[in-house]
Design a protein around this ligand. Structure first.
Ligand code: 13P
Length: 254
């Protein structure tokens, strides 16, 4: 039976300046036209969001932030609030990415507050979770993911305002991925865990992230309960990013 069409988001991280970013967006637009099925989105760095919103005018490609503050405004030097993301043209934001959790010491409670601030501002949220290599090696993956979900799942979840992204920290930017069986088992667990935590939890899409590229996207996106991909490095090349989306469309068409 055909599955729901895929959701593929590109997280550009701290990459891109106006000229190369505009060329990348144009190449994506040129390559995909108007996607009529599936969901394609990009998360450029904050400096490019307002420009990207203009470049994407009249496109169905979604625009997201990479993070937001838990507060709406005030004396928080260097931070960017959810209402600011919205004002720049974003429809969603990532929160809880491992580069925030581990690189900036963000706790589950802070990630939850950020997600709630995003909802408050009218943004949808991609809540990222994932275990470190040491936790993976110690067999603690499920325990860690359960804790992250229990403690960072925001209040106010409805079926279409939250997406979960499972990104094993050790798979990010390393070229390594869990086996397909491991991804399948983890996503199946996440599905039932989410159903136990929220009335709509079982309906929330779950993306996989970590070294997704054109060469492995078909296999990964064909897995049950893998509803799409959160792509880092490969989202910086239009042909690679679009090939991932295309592989997802084919995998989900079954
Ligand atoms: P890579 O695709 O570069 O491994 O990064 C994944 C990621 O962190 C997306 O948020």
């Amino acid at each position: 039976m055909p599955d729901s069409p895929p959701i593929v988001f590109g997280n550009w991280k701290m990459n891109g300046r106006r000229t190369d970013a505009q060329a990348l967006v144009q190449a994506i637009l040129h390559g995909c036209g108007q996607p009529t099925t599936g969901t394609l989105g990009i998360c450029p760095p904050a400096t490019l969001l307002a420009s990207a919103a203009e470049w994407l005018t009249e496109s169905s490609i979604k625009l997201g932030g990479q993070d937001c503050a838990a507060e709406a405004s005030g004396a928080f030097t260097g931070d960017i609030s959810a209402p600011m993301l919205r004002d720049a043209g974003c429809g969603f934001t990532l929160v809880g990415h491992s580069e925030r959790r581990h690189g900036h010491g963000e706790s589950d409670a802070l990630v939850k507050a950020k997600a709630e601030a995003a909802f408050e501002a009218g943004l949808n949220v991609v809540l990222c979770i994932g275990e470190t290599e040491a936790e993976w090696d110690a067999g603690q993956t499920i325990q860690v993911l359960d804790r992250q979900l229990e403690q960072s799942l925001p209040a106010g979840v409805v079926a279409d305002n939250l997406i979960i992204a499972y990104e094993p920290v050790w798979a990010i930017g390393t070229g390594k991925t869990p086996s397909m069986d491991d991804i399948a088992n983890t996503h199946a667990h996440l599905k039932s865990k989410l159903a136990s935590l929220s009335a709509v939890g079982g309906d929330l899409p779950i993306l996989y992230g970590g070294s997704v590229k054109a060469a492995n996207a078909g296999e990964i996106l064909a897995i049950d309960h893998v509803d799409g991909a959160l792509v880092g490095g490969a989202s910086l090349k239009a042909d690679e990013f679009l090939a991932i989306f295309q592989a997802g469309l084919e995998a989900k068409a079954g």
